[in-house]
Design a protein around this ligand. Structure first.
Ligand code: NAD
Length: 359
């Protein structure tokens, strides 16, 4: 196929820095940012994405164009395609996999449970099988989620805290992913790093997330729905700016050890780690809306409703000392600053001029 000739002949797998990285979900929000950052510092990057229609495919195409303009090539394919994966590993000899492809979102699972099983369970296993059979065996870094802490009431969340109360099918598939990756680690000697992201936001973000859809509605003069938890308590999230998360992804990649390929028998056990990548300062949803109103200079029309029990948790709050100690993870962007950058991107991407509040 076209991409094969392209990959074989191109500089996409050129790796002056010594890393050759497969980024799955490269047309996604986090994947596109991580791909650009890796490329910028000189790593070889190959993207893989199935360009599904969970949200606006035009946004995924636009990210793809942005990546192409930086000479990053995204193969259009599914992580469940074992043959495709085998071929990619064979051509590019990946040293690392940054696995960010997944079915995200907690509410969509109510209507579409099987898409979570397809991407987050079956797809993960297919990718781990390909990684374990590849020569060399890559180190795998993948995105878990803060949602594994579920209905935990003890805050902040530390990696060793209990994760036995997932509040959504999404959370359950991420928790399952942590168990599945652990199994591949100890049986096949794969080096595994799981990253529990906390509500990542920023330019090129995900339209299904509240800060994004609220911005759209506020600009269009439409109402937004703000949910409250038990006893009318505000929901709160440990919003984490994309650039901080990208630094965490790359820091964890750089400290990932090589896979041993021996199931721990000959060359010592392969590395298995799980890190929180949060911001350590939760903000309530109404406060987040207030920041958007300020940056957009428009008052939101709010409907405040009690949470319908659709998978949202009351709050998230990360303890990040483990990532800080291991690779100096140190998020520096507060929500005011980060949302200002998001709004600036939004207005320019969707072609608003600043005087225009309609569409
Ligand atoms: P995203 O939806 O923007 O990106 C995921 C990408 O993966 C999409 O482009 C999608 O087309 C692709 N994809 C999905 N299923 C696939 C499949 N079977 N084969 C190939 N490609 C597939 O989401 P994101 O916000 O960038 O999230 C990246 C990762 O981080 C995901 O694993 C997500 O679960 C996790 N995560 C994100 C957040 C957040 O706040 N954004 C929080 C916690 C965890």
């Amino acid at each position: 196929p076209h991409w094969e000739t392209h990959l074989r002949s191109s500089a996409h797998i050129h790796r002056p820095n010594g890393f050759s990285v497969l980024v799955t979900g490269a047309a996604g929000f986090v994947g596109s940012h991580v791909s650009l950052a890796l490329k910028k510092r000189g790593d070889g990057v190959v993207g893989l994405d199935n360009f599904n229609h969970y949200y606006d495919p035009a946004l995924k195409s636009a990210r793809k164009h942005l990546l192409s303009s930086h000479h990053i090539f995204i193969v259009d394919g599914d992580i469940n395609n074992a043959k495709l994966l085998a071929k990619l590993f064979d051509i590019a000899k990946f040293t690392h996999v940054m696995h960010l492809a997944a079915q995200a979102g907690v509410r969509y699972a109510m209507e579409n449970p099987h898409s979570y099983i397809h991407s987050n369970i079956a797809g993960l296993v297919t990718l781990l099988e390909a990684s374990k059979s590849a020569n060399p065996q890559p180190s795998v870094v993948w995105a878990s989620s803060s949602s594994v802490y579920g209905l935990n009431e003890k805050a902040p969340f530390s990696e060793s805290d209990r994760t036995d109360k997932p509040a959504s099918l999404y959370a359950a598939t991420k928790k399952a992913g942590e168990e599945i990756t652990h199994t591949y680690n100890h049986i096949y000697g794969l080096s595994i790093t799981g990253l529990r992201f906390f509500t990542v936001y920023g330019p090129w973000g995900r339209p299904d997330m509240a800060y994004f859809s609220f911005t759209r509605n506020i600009l269009q003069g439409k109402p937004i729905t703000v949910y409250r938890g038990k006893n009318h308590a505000d929901l709160a999230r440990d919003f984490t700016y994309i650039d901080d998360v990208v630094k965490g992804c790359i820091g964890s990649l750089d400290t990932a050890k090589k896979s041993t390929g021996s199931g721990g028998k000959k060359r010592g056990p392969a590395q298995f780690r799980i890190f929180n990548l949060g911001n350590t300062s939760p903000v309530t949803v109404p406060m987040m809306v207030g920041i958007l109103e300020k940056h957009l200079k428009i008052k939101a029309k709010k409907n405040v409703l009690d949470m319908p029990g659709n998978g949202d948790v009351p709050f998230t709050h990360a303890n990040i000392s483990y990532a800080h100690n291991e690779f100096g993870y140190n998020p520096t962007t507060d929500l005011q600053t980060g949302l200002k950058k998001f709004v600036k991107w939004y207005l320019s991407y969707y072609g608003y001029n600043h005087a225009n509040s309609g569409n």
